[in-house]
Design a protein around this ligand. Structure first.
Ligand SMILES: O=P(O)(O)OC[C@H]1O[C@](O)(COP(=O)(O)O)[C@@H](O)[C@@H]1O
Ligand SMILES: [Mg+2]
Ligand SMILES: [Mg+2]
Length: 290
């Protein structure tokens, strides 16, 4: 199956071909690099920098990609026509999501958002979004306005395994980030209810945890913290793409008050609380958070 927009299809094809190479290139790149930090002030691993360079080179080369931005670079890379013009898109990438899991050899991902507007853009300007999960096998989930599909990736090839992914209606799992003493009182009391209803699945890489929710139903959240009211995750590279995917799969997304896709962007690397999952769980969260 291919995506109907040819530029979006080229982006998806390039991403899926690059995934095998990224996976292979992780070996030997688990080290930090001379105290390097990304624009969010986080330590970068050699793998973060390498995956970013590889994706920047490949994606910016595609006709119809006007801007490339990533969690690992301060500014937007201009690489073609204006993304606000027809058939031109801006791509926002988290080259390696959950890369601290590389140290312990646990699951990780790559995230992409494809916007039809200049970055930073609102989530409702996404025309497609997707992620790759480097688990025991490599899988890719791609959402467009038409459908959400899952593929298995191997040797540069993609094999469609589900052309219409929908969030199971009966929620089973949950995962919440941040240290409990740093949670707000209202989020903690919501989390206590949820932990008596669902099974904990938290692996420290959003993509791994969100894929559990997409597979079994439930909720993933990284809340605003007492020490960091906007939480940890970034709107352009993480919140918006994941919000778009879960909404297209029949679920909901929220920053605690509204859909992530309605949040007005103010900066490329802005952070936001992120919640995605089954409709009723997100609705309860929004009514219980102060
Ligand atoms: O270590 P914590 O606080 O549980 O944070 C985990 C969260 O941070 C992240 O690793 C942030 O993403 P990056 O690794 O891309 O910076 C998420 O994948 C994950 O949900
Ligand atoms: Mg991330
Ligand atoms: Mg990252």
């Amino acid at each position: 199956m291919t995506v109907s927009d040819p530029v979006v299809e080229s982006i998806v094809a390039t991403l899926s071909r690059s995934a095998t190479e990224i996976r292979q290139g992780l070996v030997g790149r688990r080290n930090t690099v001379d105290d390097e930090e990304n624009p969010s002030g986080e330590t970068q691993l050699a793998a973060d920098i390498w995956a970013d360079e590889l994706l920047a080179e490949r994606l910016s080369d595609i006709d119809g990609v006007g801007q490339y931005a990533s969690e690992e670079q301060e500014t937007v890379l201009e690489c073609g026509d204006d993304p606000a013009s027809a058939d031109t898109y801006a791509v926002a990438v988290d080259p390696l999501d959950g890369s601290s899991n590389l140290t312990s050899n646990n699951a990780m991902g790559t995230i992409i958002g494809i916007y039809d507007d200049a970055l930073p853009a609102r989530g409702d300007r996404l025309v497609a979004a997707g992620y790759i999960l480097y688990g025991p096998i490599t899988t890719m989930v791609i959402a467009t306005d038409e459908t959400v599909s899952t593929y298995e990736l191997s040797g540069g090839e993609r094999r469609l395994i589900d052309r219409d992914v929908t969030l199971p209606t009966e929620p089973v799992v949950y995962g919440f980030g941040g240290r409990v003493p740093d949670w707000t009182d209202s989020f903690e009391s919501y989390a206590r209810e949820i932990e008596s209803e669902l099974k904990l699945r938290y692996g420290g890489a959003m993509i791994g945890d969100v894929n559990q929710v997409l597979t079994y139903g439930g909720i993933f959240g990284y809340p605003g913290l007492e020490s960091a009211p906007d939480g940890k995750l970034r709107l352009q590279f993480e919140g918006n793409p994941i919000g778009y995917i879960l909404e297209r799969a029949g679920g909901r997304s929220s920053d605690g008050e509204q859909s992530l896709l309605s949040v007005e962007p103010t900066a490329l690397h802005q952070r936001t609380p992120v919640f995605v999952g089954n409709d009723d769980l997100i609705e309860r969260l929004e009514s219980e958070l102060e």
